[in-house]
Write a protein that binds this ligand. Sequence first.
Ligand SMILES: NC(=O)c1ccc[n+]([C@@H]2O[C@H](COP(=O)([O-])OP(=O)(O)OC[C@H]3O[C@@H](n4cnc5c(N)ncnc54)[C@H](OP(=O)(O)O)[C@@H]3O)[C@@H](O)[C@H]2O)c1
Length: 237
Amino acid sequence: MKALVTGASAGIGRAFATTLAAAGYAVTAVARREDRLAGLLAELGPGHDHLAADLTTRGGLQATVERLTEPYTLLVNNAGVAVHGGFAETSLEDSLTVLDLNCRAVVTLAHAFLASAQPGAALVNVSSTLGRTPKPGLGVYSATKAFVTSFSETLWHEQKARGVHVLALCPGVTRTESQGADGVPSWLVQTPEDVAARALRAVRRREGPTIVSGRANAVFTAAAGLLPRRTAVSLLA
Ligand SMILES: NC(=O)c1ccc[n+]([C@@H]2O[C@H](COP(=O)([O-])OP(=O)(O)OC[C@H]3O[C@@H](n4cnc5c(N)ncnc54)[C@H](OP(=O)(O)O)[C@@H]3O)[C@@H](O)[C@H]2O)c1
């Protein structure tokens, strides 16, 4: 079993890499910071490899696509970024980078993976609860995650007949480098390891097309979905 994990140098992606390695996968860890990837590989031991690539660049994306011409059992499209602040007040360039990583790279790598995926293979696209409950101040990010969830759900159906499982994984607040979880009640905060373990369980059980990680997040997302949109958006703000 072979897995390629993007954004494996930190947070949820790193937890995916360690969880998958412990479950017997040979892991290819992809991210920009090579020193971090080397540290991860030292921890994982022999049988794993890494690829330093910036997935917002043509070259980085192409190198990763080429790696996916080898047959992989699992692709975890995890790398993602956000721009915080009101859309009109933040840099357009930064917002377009969010689109490049959270959407363009996800679509490109999914396409490459599915070209050679065998029956039994699985694709996990890391979305977010904010894909269902958009948050003011994270407008572009929330919209990219709505894209990821929607894209994954249609792929789930398209790929079912050939035995390839597709899953949109929607974590809620998870304490990582980019998410300090300041001011969030502790019962709502998950660890990257919780999220990766939940996803792997879902892959094994062929759950999907979408799962929300954590009971509190699932209840909160379902409840917010019942509210009028203007109330839900104001609540999230
Ligand atoms: N944390 C949360 O609360 C939360 C909640 C819901 C969903 N999510 C989603 O979960 C995923 C992981 O989030 P996280 O919190 O674990 O993030 P994180 O700790 O900030 O890590 C982000 C990872 O993405 C990589 N990355 C960033 N830009 C990249 C680029 N241009 N090319 C290649 N790799 C890049 C980073 O590595 P390098 O810097 O080394 O490239 C790092 O490994 C994201 O898709 C995020 O949207 C997170």
